[in-house]
Design a protein. Structure first.
Length: 269
């Protein structure tokens, strides 16, 4: 994509995002209730982990602050991914209903339309994740000036994690061009894998650690960067590798999406 094409893409993206957001804000009460509910659900999830940590002190050497950091990073990455690529996760309903046919007739790339359709900024999850991140970093570093290095590196990890989650989500969604029904697969590759990555990877058996770093590499969203950023037990290569994995996953998912879309058979409805 050259500079002119990228500029047109971003201009179209902003227009579609604004239009989608205005549409959702017609039901203001429903929007804010959903936002609050998402924040509460995530807070309760971490509260359960905090209770366990308070009882036993640490999990495999990870303190409550360090575990909170892992949870905050993946929460913010997920919020960013789901905000800016909303309906990629819901491709199945377009395939089953035949609504994808209508998207193909629009004068815009199908993926761009899906990314902006039903735009829903995750304010609740973002606020919760940012608050947990601030508290966790404060507890981990206390008066250590190294926190000022950790903050921008964490922002990079969050952005890289969002790209990785988008790549995994798009790769899974693209399989729908052949499988159609992909909700069970999404539960495995997105929901279950993300839930597992909320906790230190060392609590899992070796085969599951391999799964979460290889086949479904969600460990590169938060765990691998954290080994360098907050623990200092590994070199900066862990953060660089995380960014590289995100880039590779993005490229693979875009190629599979393009190939799958070219093989899509219209329902004719």
């Amino acid at each position: 994509m050259n500079r002119a094409e990228w500029s047109r893409f971003m201009t179209m993206y902003r227009i579609l995002i604004r239009s989608s957001f205005r549409s959702r804000m017609q039901y203001t009460f429903n929007f804010w209730v959903g936002t609050a509910a998402a924040a509460i659900i995530n807070a309760v999830e971490f509260a359960l982990l905090a209770v366990v940590l308070h009882r036993f002190g640490t999990i495999q050497g990870w303190s409550i602050a360090e575990s909170g950091y892992l949870y905050a990073v993946i929460t913010l990455s997920k919020a960013m991914y789901r905000s800016f690529a909303s309906d990629v996760h819901h491709l199945e309903k377009y395939l089953v209903s035949g609504d994808l046919d209508g998207l193909l007739l629009r004068p815009a790339p199908v993926l761009l339309i899906l990314m902006t359709q039903n735009f829903s900024p995750r304010f609740g999850e973002t606020l919760l994740g940012a608050s947990m991140l601030a508290i966790s970093l404060g507890a981990i570093f206390e008066d250590d000036p190294a926190i000022w290095t950790a903050i921008p590196l964490t922002v990079l990890a969050i952005a890289s994690g969002a790209v990785l989650m988008f790549g995994i989500g798009l790769l899974t969604a693209s399989s729908g061009f052949w499988l159609t029904r992909i909700d069970a697969l999404q539960v495995l590759t997105e929901d279950a894998a993300r839930t597992a990555a909320q906790y230190p990877l060392t609590i899992y058996p070796g085969w599951l650690q391999g799964l979460l770093t290889g086949l479904i590499p969600v460990a590169f969203i938060n765990y691998m960067p954290a080994l360098y950023i907050i623990r200092g037990t590994h070199g900066a290569w862990t953060l660089g590798l995380s960014v590289a994995v995100s880039g590779v996953m993005l490229l693979l998912s875009l190629k599979l999406w393009k190939f799958g879309l070219s093989r899509y058979q219209s329902t004719g409805s």
